[in-house]
Design a binder for this molecule. Sequence first.
Ligand code: GDP
Ligand code: MG
Length: 442
Amino acid sequence: LTEKLSRLVKEIRGQARITEGNVQDMLREVRMALLEADVALPVVRDFIARVKEKALGQEVVGSLTPGQALVGIIHRELAATMGEGVADVNLATQPPAVILMAGLQGAGKTTTTAKLAKWLIERRKKKVLTVSGDVYRPAAIEQLKTVTRQAGAEWFPSTPDQRPLDIARAALDYARKRYFDVLIVDTAGRLAIDEAMMREIQALHAELKPVETLFVVDAMQGQDAVNTAKAFAEALPLTGIVLTKLDGDSRGGAALSVRAVTGAPIKFAGVSEKIDGLELFDTERHAGRVLGMGDIVALVEQVTAGVDLQQAQKLAAKVKSGGFDLEDFLEQIRQMKKMGGLSTLLDKLPTQLAAKAGEADLQRAEKDIRRKEGIICAMTPQERRHPEIIKASRKRRIAAGAGVQVQEVNRLLKEFEQMQAMMKKMKGGGLMKMMRRLGGMK
Ligand code: GDP
Ligand code: MG
């Protein structure tokens, strides 16, 4: 998808206006991407309609290219669908602030209870108590006890023979008397939605009057997440969503669906099994993931900001006339640096791609760029324009000037020749490819 999308961006770059035709092409890709990411169909339809409306006929402002403008619209709309910015946890109430955890079995409620406790202790300097109302699975209470200890919070004991409502009352009473800031109430979840479970959590809600009622949902659940979310939202006034297991393969499309059907903001993301694997949910960042393109949007922006398009066109003209020389080569290397170096660029690529490149490769590549720049800088202007005059004695002088071995100068010249040959074959849009080559990553 990444390639397809960036190709589309490239295709419509340079046109003055976003047209019906190129918007359709792009939106078809986006629609596919969203469905692949398990976003529910009605949500996808709505989304596409909104983007289309915003995009059609929109004039392109200033230096923005149409492709970029469209990507911008898609990205903003995607983020808006999931809620603007970052939604914080609400503790604005007379302490103890009660947080009620709701969701299906296995969604990650117990784990998230402890993660959240740790998060509140560390980030908000709160005194936190946890309690389990899951009296149906014998191991559930013990599990909460264990993870609460890891979180450094206090655990309020409960036993399987108690009624959840009694447990909740006792815990709340204890939290008040001991001046806890927050009480997090973990609850039972069934494998599927059932009436008894819903009534039970409704009763807990009525009793505890929680300031936050968080719906915990597994990001891997895909399309099913919609039905679960709907059922919980009908039963309870949800104040927020926790999307767990975002460290998995799922593209997290559930975020859009769940947000759309509940209207509640996504507040947290579970990003590992570990106790510190909880983050405030960042819609901007997540938007890129849902589209399956890492932060390709940011990448496109960065690339087009860093690379002077006029410069690139001039270069293309030069290549056609066969005048691409080492000056231009140097210019390319500098453009590369202007884009913020390879590592920031790589950060923005989809994870699979980034992993492939690897940290060590990267550092090598960056160092390589600096050395190349050094070598070219050690040349005279005449040598840069006519590399063919660089023979043995000049090579030795250049190598000494740049502080490298003669072989390295040879290697650079060879690379330059190859690039010159490649650029002659290349028409127009191969700029990115060339830059990647420059950086030594294929
Ligand atoms: P509950 O039934 O809703 O209480 O779910 P649990 O908290 O017991 O979690 C179910 C399983 O999901 C456990 O094995 C957890 O370790 C795992 N889990 C929960 N949150 C995450 C997460 O964010 N990432 C990953 N990888 N695993 C998680
Ligand atoms: Mg549990």
